[in-house]
Design a protein around this ligand. Structure first.
Ligand code: PHE
Length: 335
C-alpha cells in the first residue's frame, strides 16, 4: 500500500493536464480495474483479522487520493484561466492605489529662491558663504560703526543671550539682527579685492504681523577693491534684480541711513505697476574699514542687505510673511 501511495502521488504531482489526471484516477480508483478499488474488493477473501487490519488502511488511501486528485484538478483549471489574463505584476495593490497617494517632497519656496540668488551672484564671480547665527555685540554692532548707547541701535530690536560674566563686547552674545556682521568677519581674514554674498537667518525682538517675523532671512552683499564705486553697485544690483524679477522692472535709488555705510541708499523696484522697497545699501563707511584694519584711503567698497521673504513676497505675490513658517502644505505645495 505504501508503494502504491508513493507512486500515485508522484504521478498526480507530475500531471500536466486534466486528461492525464483523469487517466491516473481511472488507474487507481476506476470502478472496474482501479488498483485501489481491486484491493478493496479482495478484502472479502481475507480472514476477519486481516480485514480489520487492512480495511481502514486502504480506505484511508482511497480518501487521500480522491482529495489530492480534486486539489490538483482545481490547480490545473486555475492555471488554464490565468494564462488568458493579462496581469501587470508591477502594479501596486488596489488598496494602495485607492487609499495612499504617494507624493514626493520638494524644497521650501525660500530655499528655492535662496538657491536662485546664490546662482546669480556666483555667475558674477561672488563667493557664497554663511556665518554664525549667535553673534557677539562686537560683530553685530560695534565693528559696524554702531557704538553702545548710540540711538541708531534702536533700528534693531535685539534678542540678547544671558552672558553675565562677559566683560568685552566680543564676549556679549546675541542673536544676530542682520547678516552684516559677516562683512567684518570676512574682511578680518581676507584682503581686497573681494566680492561675497552671505545668505542667512536673522532675528528681531519684535511683534509679528503681516510683514514682520521674529526670525527671517537676509542676503548680504559686499564688494571691496581699489576703485569700486556706486556705478559698480548699480550694475551688480540691477543685474541681480532683473534676473529675479525679469528685464522689465525699473529702479529707484533714495538716500537712507545705516551707520555702516556713507552714503546710504534704499533701493526700490517698479514691479507690476507698484514701487516696492527691496533693500538697504551704500558705500562702506571708513570706520568699518578701520575696524578690520584696512586703510580707508586705499579701498572703496559697497554693501547691501535685503530680506529673502520680502523678495519672495513680491515675486510670488504672497500677502503674509507668517505663511512661510506656518508649516501648511497647502501653501508650500504651490511652489
Ligand atoms: N543690515 C541692514 C539691515 O538689516 C541692511 C544693510 C546692509 C544696509 C548693508 C546697508 C548695507 O537693515
Amino acid at each position: 500500500m505504501k508503494e502504491i501511495e508513493a507512486e500515485a502521488l508522484t504521478e498526480i504531482t507530475n500531471a500536466k493536464e486534466e486528461l492525464a489526471l483523469e487517466k491516473i484516477r481511472v488507474k487507481y480508483l476506476g470502478r472496474k480495474e482501479g488498483i485501489v478499488t481491486e484491493a478493496l474488493r479482495s478484502l472479502k477473501n481475507l480472514s476477519l483479522e486481516e480485514k480489520k487490519r487492512q480495511g481502514p488502511q486502504i480506505n484511508a488511501l482511497k480518501a487521500k487520493l480522491e482529495k489530492t486528485l480534486e486539489i490538483k484538478k482545481r490547480d490545473l483549471e486555475e492555471g488554464k484561466n490565468k494564462k488568458t489574463l493579462d496581469i501587470d505584476i508591477t502594479r501596486p495593490g488596489e488598496k494602495i492605489i485607492k487609499e495612499r497617494k504617494i507624493t514626493t517632497g520638494h524644497l521650501h519656496p525660500l530655499t528655492v529662491l535662496e538657491n536662485e540668488i546664490k546662482d546669480v551672484f556666483r555667475s558674477m564671480n561672488f563667493s557664497v558663504l554663511e556665518g554664525p547665527e549667535i553673534e557677539s555685540e562686537f560683530y553685530n554692532f560695534d565693528a559696524l560703526n554702531v557704538p553702545p548707547d548710540h540711538p541708531a541701535r534702536e533700528m534693531w530690536d535685539t534678542f540678547w543671550i544671558k552672558s553675565e560674566n562677559a566683560k568685552t563686547s566680543k564676549e556679549k552674545l546675541l542673536l544676530r539682527t542682520h547678516t552684516s556682521p559677516m562683512q567684518i568677519r570676512y574682511m578680518e581674514s581676507h584682503e581686497p579685492p573681494l566680492q561675497i554674498v552671505v545668505p542667512g537667518r536673522v532675528f528681531r525682538f519684535e511683534a509679528t504681523d503681516q510683514t514682520h517675523e521674529v526670525n527671517f532671512y537676509q542676503y548680504e552683499g559686499l564688494m571691496v577693491g581699489k576703485n569700486i564705486s556706486l556705478a559698480n553697485f548699480k550694475y551688480v544690483i540691477e543685474t541681480f534684480l532683473k534676473r529675479i524679477f525679469g528685464k522689465d522692472i525699473e529702479f529707484r535709488y533714495r538716500p537712507s541711513y545705516f551707520p555702516f555705510v556713507e552714503p546710504g541708499l534704499e533701493i526700490a523696484i517698479k514691479f507690476r505697476g507698484k514701487w516696492l522697497e527691496m533693500m538697504g545699501a551704500g558705500m562702506v563707511h571708513p570706520n568699518v574699514f578701520k575696524a578690520v584694519h584696512y586703510n580707508p584711503r586705499d579701498y572703496r567698497g559697497f554693501a547691501f542687505g535685503g530680506g529673502l521673504e520680502r523678495l519672495a513676497m513680491v515675486k510670488y505675490n504672497i500677502p503674509d510673511i507668517r505663511l512661510f513658517y506656518s508649516g501648511d502644505t497647502r501653501f508650500t505645495n504651490q511652489f
